[in-house]
Design a protein around this ligand. Sequence first.
Ligand code: GLP
Length: 246
Amino acid sequence: MRVVVGADDAIATGANLVAEVVAARPDATLGFATGATPAPLYAELARRRQAGLVDFSRAHAVALDEYLGLAPDHADSYAHQLHREVTGPLGIAREHCDFLRGDAPDPDEECVRYERVLARGVDLQVLGIGRNGHIAFNEPGTDVASRTRVVQLAPSTRQANRGLLSTLADTPEAALSQGVGTILEARRILLIARGAAKAEALERALRGPVDPACPASALQLHDDVTVIADEEAAAGLAQAGAIRST
Ligand code: GLP
């Protein structure tokens, strides 16, 4: 596991990794996380694309998760957010984007379909981390072998995410999410954490035992994980002198 701490350095490291994956395989499949955390990474990648430094025209995009019940054209759906903030600015063609359908008539069947999509191979999965240590929508208690499925959201997750939706009452109580086991099958993983609110979760994820109580700790089982964090999110690691690049 490689851990890079710092604001600009960390974002550059993450952008270099994405660019390296696409340079090696122009038709790479990239898994994108939503949320506020990866925004500077996506902005940097869009800047590099504008400058002609990276080309995503043959790349494919997949999603980590989606709110149950929200259609892709719903302004608060993750599909909509990904098109608006990631695949649009990066120039990834719509027909190369295959996201979970929150409004699928049979959500369980949609999760099975998505496992088939992901089984073709994800070259790089970008991840954020929840304050409670969740990755995608895998809440504490999730088995490390879990697959894409319908999940209930923790009250704290609905609370933390409510700013993205109109009101807490409007925030769906369930979602479709890649499982922890599904995420671990990506060839490479890039975990991003920013801000003091993520410090405890990041410390547990990287330094604690692999424990379903902190789903992100399962990343310790993967052999190609890069973590980029700002100083605030890495505070617990720094105090313990545990920042390392291996
Ligand atoms: C949501 C998403 C996660 C994301 C997390 C953190 O719960 N399902 O994929 O990592 O929020 O979001 P943020 O980066 O906005 O803190």
